[in-house]
Design a protein around this ligand. Structure first.
Ligand code: ATP
Length: 264
């Protein structure tokens, strides 16, 4: 288990956001994390990353309770995860290559030549052309910015990446390409992915398991089939709504044999 959260409580003043929340993230899986707007998905993500205090419960990442860890242990954990936040994914005053080098400079002691070499590899890994290296974020398309942000999240060869709505703002083709990239990284690097998303296409196509946040806790977690069978008003309307039906129908159409199939 990569992440094991048990009985997590988070409040701001008297306002309880998360209460007795439990969640598991397994090695090598893409976990999609969904829930109504304002339910606390970002709060949980920030709490896992130690950016937010919690009032109760435990969260272990790589078997280490980050919130209780020594500075030294914290550093070792931070080197093993990568994060792509929805906002401010890149530093606008730095080129793509310089952005990717930021975590390397912070956590590693590498020569400029080796750093440049590793940066080239990361740029390849996320499917960007090498000439993106010297461009500034303002010169990139939305999809390229997401890929560059992902390259920076992958800078230290993490075991898990946390992605906060990575496909928001992308057109459907760009979003599908990004999902495909994530799946390829899972399959080739064994990367684990924790993805907060509202994107039903991602949930249906890319995620191995889904967790739903509601009523201040994880209501249900498991494969898509479990979501589809789960009896809760929000879960039902989300996974059986009009938009979801379109995807299910499209997939069913795509999977249907063509009339000529089997004729030969
Ligand atoms: N630092 C903070 N201080 C006080 N309240 C906060 C703080 N951070 C978040 N909240 C509150 O916690 C609740 C959950 O917010 P959060 O951003 O986690 O929701 P979300 O599920 O990520 O929503 P969305 O899908 O819209 O991004 C909101 O009511 C928000 O106002």
């Amino acid at each position: 288990m990569l992440i094991r959260a048990r009985g997590v409580n988070v409040s701001f003043g008297s306002k309880k956001i998360l209460e007795n929340l439990s969640l598991d993230v397994r090695r090598g899986e893409i976990l999609g994390f969904v829930g109504p707007s304002g339910a606390g998905k970002s709060v949980l993500l920030r709490t896992i990353l130690g950016l937010n205090p919690k009032q109760g419960g435990t969260i272990e990442v790589f078997g280490i309770d980050y919130h209780q860890a020594s500075e030294r242990e914290k550093l070792s954990v931070e080197r093993r995860w990568g994060v792509l936040f929805q906002q401010g994914a890149l530093f606008s005053a730095l080129t793509v290559a310089e952005n990717i080098e930021v975590p390397m400079r912070e956590y590693l002691d590498l020569s400029p030549k080796l750093m440049r070499e590793l940066t080239r590899l990361k740029i390849d890994l996320v499917g960007l052309a090498q000439d993106a290296a010297d461009k500034y974020p303002s010169e990139l398309s939305g999809g390229m910015i997401k890929r560059a942000g992902l390259a920076r999240a992958l800078a230290l060869d993490p075991e898990i990446v946390f992605l906060d709505e990575p496909t928001s703002g992308l057109d459907p083709i760009g979003a599908a390409d990004f999902d495909q990239l994530i799946m390829t990284l899972r399959d080739t690097l064994g990367l684990s992915v924790y993805m907060v998303t509202h994107d039903l296409d991602s949930l249906f196509q890319a995620c191995d398991r889904i967790a739903v946040l509601g009523d201040r806790k994880v209501l249900v977690e498991g494969p898509l089939s479990k979501m589809l069978a789960y009896d809760h008003p929000w879960v039902k309307s989300y996974f059986h709504g009009k938009r979801a039906r379109t995807i299910v129908t499209d997939d069913a159409e795509a999977a249907r044999p063509m009339p000529s199939d089997g004729a030969a």
